[in-house]
Write a protein that binds this ligand. Sequence first.
Ligand SMILES: [Zn+2]
Length: 524
Amino acid sequence: MMKKLLYSLVMLAVLASCGGDNDPRLVIITFDGLRWQEVFDGADSVLVGNPKYASNPDALKEAFWRPTVEERRQALMPFTWSYIVENGYMVGNRTKGSQIQVTNAKNYSYPGYSEMFCGYADDERVASNDPVPNPNKTVLEVASEDPRYKGSVMVYASWESIRYAVNNDRGGFPGSSKYEPSIAKNQTPVLQLIDEMQEGMFHYWGSERFDAFTYAYAIETLKSDHPKVMYIGFGDTDEWAHAGKYDEYLRAANYTDKYIRRIVETCESDPFYKGKTTYLLTCDHGRGYLSNFTNHGSGVRGSQNTWFMAFGKGVERLGETENNGPFYNKQFAATIAKVLGIDFTPDNGEKLEPIDPTFKGEPIEEYFPQTDFGKLPAIANAKPKGRGVSYTYHEGQVKSVNELEGLEVKARGVLPNFQISSARVADYYGFQYRALLKIDKGGPYVFALTSDDGSTLWIDGKHVIDNDGSHGSNTEEARMELEAGYHRIEVKYFQKTQGQGLGVVWQGPSIEESAVPDDVLFHE
Ligand SMILES: [Zn+2]
């Protein structure tokens, strides 16, 4: 009898260690604020070679710049563009008509994670990044109440507030973020070593550890504890982008892609996970376009845009999907519930559909700027008459620079530069400027147009920057290669009420970022 019992116990232990049950396994991975632009297009042409955003632009270009989009994204995220694209699907490439975005009005992290794990955007109660428990129930809490997943849900995140956003304390499942130690039940020498290294290392960011630690904890805990649901939240991409370091941001995307490869290799060579695991990847928000890659938030255009990938067990192998959606990050909770076979109703009572990559709805109309205008030849028959910019001045109530043409011309003449100081009223006026721009040295140029309210910039008849509409101070950029010689530059500006301002900045071969100077502007 004793022998038989012992035998059954041993068998149970063997079954458990081999993953004898067939419950789903789920690995969730998020990248804080990694833009869809880099995921689908690789390094950004405007940012990658810019010394303002990289300590060694040449080395950065060598690492990640390639002539085609396909080569660039392969160089940046090789595992994503070899394994994931073959074994699952990805949505969010807007240049191919695939849309996914957050629905919260904040476009920053805690509301993003809350929306994903709670299944709706609670803009009233979730309105800060503070490390406080989420008032809403999360899908991970519901999972950990299910007998199949009880004691088998774990969270490692770099950023402190993530485990509060998913409510691990209230849900009774372990979580470690910021500089907290390992949460594995089976402490291994490796986990002990990671604890010691983390404790003994410079804590560079106050509320966020480096992803290397989050990765190391997570991969070791997958081996030691075999949780059925593991959520890994990476954050380096967001921190480096805020710091304006496009080089470190790209490197973070690149090494996180390597971490994912190692996590998948580890799981798929372990009988507990092999063939039973679904992997879901996304981000909590996007970022602005061009130099606004450093920012995100409600006023930053484009920062609502995200991406989503799924692969592994039960996932259709559709690769990079096109002309589908729109999808929303709030569908992430329903997608998790579907994988785990649990019933989840968000606290607002509205059950959502899981993300279905074959879904085609009415596309969202959105601002999506072209940012690189390629090579522009010099004007063949330019006839500069003298220094300065021709202008017309208008007064009236408009909401767009396009309406200036319809207003009476109150004044016209030549100004030394794109100036608004000669306006005769404080509100409701506009200027249209036109000049020849003298380029001494051909090569790549970046123009930045800052205004309050709206403005537009045209080079050689091309509408290169749209910063139109009534708004506070905002900057938009464009890149192009200008041949040496004269190019036509046109700027339109309008002021509605309150703050006002206009700035035209450039950067080019041997020209540091600065206002376009008087001595390169000529009227015709
Ligand atoms: Zn951020």
